[in-house]
Write a protein that binds this ligand. Structure first.
Ligand SMILES: Cc1cc2nc3c(=O)[nH]c(=O)nc-3n(C[C@H](O)[C@H](O)[C@H](O)COP(=O)(O)OP(=O)(O)OC[C@H]3O[C@@H](n4cnc5c(N)ncnc54)[C@H](O)[C@@H]3O)c2cc1C
Length: 338
C-alpha cells in the first residue's frame, strides 16, 4: 500500500524533529517523522537520558528523558505519525514531490525537514576483541537505568563527561566503581572531576589513569573480571567486575544524506537564514545545520524547526502566511483572538 502524501516529512526524532512535528500540526498541515533510533529523543535519549539540562527556557532544571517525554506529548497531540527504528536511506524527487526512502517504506511528501542531528549515531565500541561477545550482557555503552547496576562492581572506561558523570552517579548504587583512562587528561566538567576525585580520595571509587583494558573474562553467561594494563610500565593486574561501561564517545554517520546534493561543511548542512538548504523544498534544522554563529543547543533547534516549518508551510500553501501568529490566540488550541 503506498503511503499517504504528507505536506512535511521530518527526518529525525530528536528535540528539533519532535518540535518540528508539533509545529507542523499547529500550522494545520500534515506531517510525519522518521527516526533510526528505537525511541524518540535523539541525543537526549541515546546519550544522556539521566542528565539534567539547565538551559531550556521554562525549565530551571529538567532531566533529559523528561524533556523528551514532554516533547513527545506535545508532538503527538495532532495524531501525526511517528516511525522509529527506521533509518532513512534515500530521497527521491519527481515533479516537486519528494519520496523519503527508508529501510522498510517509501514516504511521499511535499517538503522535507532534515533534523538529523549528528547523523544516525552509535557509541564507539571497545577496540579489544575480547569485549565484543559481552556487549549487552555485561558490557553496556548506554545506561538506560542506573538502578541496573545497584550492588554491582562496575568498570567505567573513558575520560570524558559521560565517564565521569556515570562514575559519580553510580557511587551510591554500585558496590565498587573503577574508572580507567589512558591518560591523565580529562575532557569532563571540572566540578564532576573534583567530585569523583574526592570520592576516590575517600575510598569510595578508584580512578586509574594511564591504564587501559587488556582482557575481559567471563564464566558462562556472566562477566567476571578484566585485566587492566598500566600503559607506562606495561604491567597488568586483574580485577573482578560485573559490568563494564565503555564511555568512549560515539561515531556518527550522515549516511545517504551526504549524497543528496546539499552543500555540506564537514558533516553539517549549510543553510540560509530561512533554514533552506539550497534544494527547493528541503529544509534543515538543529545540530545538523551550520551557518555563521551557529549554536548547537536544544533551544536553537526549536527556533530553527519553527523557521523551517513556517517556510515550508508558506511554500506549499502560499495563501498561508510565514508568520504563525500567537499560539495563545489559536483556535486549534481552543483559544480565541484577543
Ligand atoms: C552529553 C550531552 C549533553 C548535552 N547537554 C545539553 C544541554 O545541557 N543543553 C543543550 O541545549 N544541549 C545539550 N546537548 C546538545 C543537544 O543534545 C543537541 O543540541 C540536541 O540533541 C540536537 O537536537 P537535534 O534534534 O537537532 O539532533 P539529535 O538529538 O542528534 O537527533 C537527531 C535524530 O536524527 C536521527 N537520524 C539521523 N540520521 C538519520 C537517518 N538517516 N535516518 C533516520 N534517522 C536519522 C538520529 O537517530 C537522531 O535521533 C548535549 C549533548 C550531549 C551529547
Amino acid at each position: 500500500m503506498p503511503q499517504e502524501i504528507k505536506d512535511i516529512i521530518i527526518i529525525g526524532g530528536g528535540p528539533t524533529g519532535l518540535f518540528a512535528l508539533f509545529y507542523a500540526g499547529m500550522r494545520g498541515v500534515s506531517a510525519r517523522l522518521v527516526d533510526a533510533l528505537p525511541e524518540p529523543g535523539g541525543q537526549l535519549a541515546a546519550l544522556y537520558p539521566e542528565k539534567y539540562i539547565f538551559d531550556v527556557g521554562g525549565f530551571p532544571k529538567i532531566l533529559a528523558k523528561d524533556l523528551v517525554k514532554g516533547l513527545l506529548e506535545q508532538a503527538s497531540q495532532f495524531g501525526q505519525p511517528l516511525h522509529f527504528a527506521e533509518r532513512v536511506v534515500g530521497l527521491e524527487e519527481d515533479g516537486g514531490l519528494f519520496t523519503l526512502v527508508t529501510e522498510r517504506e517509501r514516504y511521499p511528501g511535499r517538503a522535507v525537514v532534515i533534523a538529523g542531528g549528528i547523523g544516525a549515531f552509535s557509541p564507539r565500541r571497545l577496540p579489544q576483541p575480547a569485549a565484543a561477545p559481552w556487549y549487552g550482557r555485561g558490557v553496556y555503552d548506554r545506561v538506560l537505568d542506573p538502578e541496573q547496576f545497584r550492588g554491582q562492581r562496575v568498570l567505567i572506561v573513558g575520560g570524558g563527561d559521560s565517564a565521569f558523570d556515570w562514575t559519580h552517579q553510580l557511587l551510591d548504587r554500585a558496590s565498587a566503581v573503577t574508572l580507567v583512562h589512558r591518560s591523565d587528561r580529562f575532557r569532563a566538567h571540572a566540578a564532576t572531576v573534583s567530585a569523583v576525585s574526592a570520592a576516590a580520595a575517600a575510598g569510595r571509587a578508584k580512578v586509574l589513569t594511564f591504564h587501559e583494558l587488556a582482557d575481559v573474562r567471563g564464566n558462562g553467561d556472566h562477566l567476571t573480571g578484566v585485566t587492566l594494563r598500566d600503559t607506562k610500565s606495561k604491567s597488568t593486574h586483574d580485577i573482578e567486575v560485573d559490568a563494564i561501561l565503555p564511555m568512549l564517545g560515539f561515531v556518527s554517520d550522515l549516511g545517504s544524506i551526504a549524497e543528496w546534493g546539499l552543500t555540506l561543511q564537514k558533516d553539517e548542512i549549510v543553510v540560509d537564514i530561512l533554514m533552506e538548504t539550497g534544494r527547493h523544498g528541503i529544509y534543515a534544522a538543529g545540530d545538523i545545520t551550520t551557518y555563521p554563529g551557529k549554536l548547537k543547543l536544544i533551544a536553537t533547534g526549536f527556533s530553527e524547526a519553527a523557521t523551517a516549518v513556517n517556510q515550508a508551510v508558506h511554500r506549499i500553501y502560499p495563501e498561508k502566511k510565514v508568520a504563525p501568529g500567537h499560539s495563545s490566540n489559536m483556535a486549534i488550541f481552543g483559544q480565541k483572538d484577543d
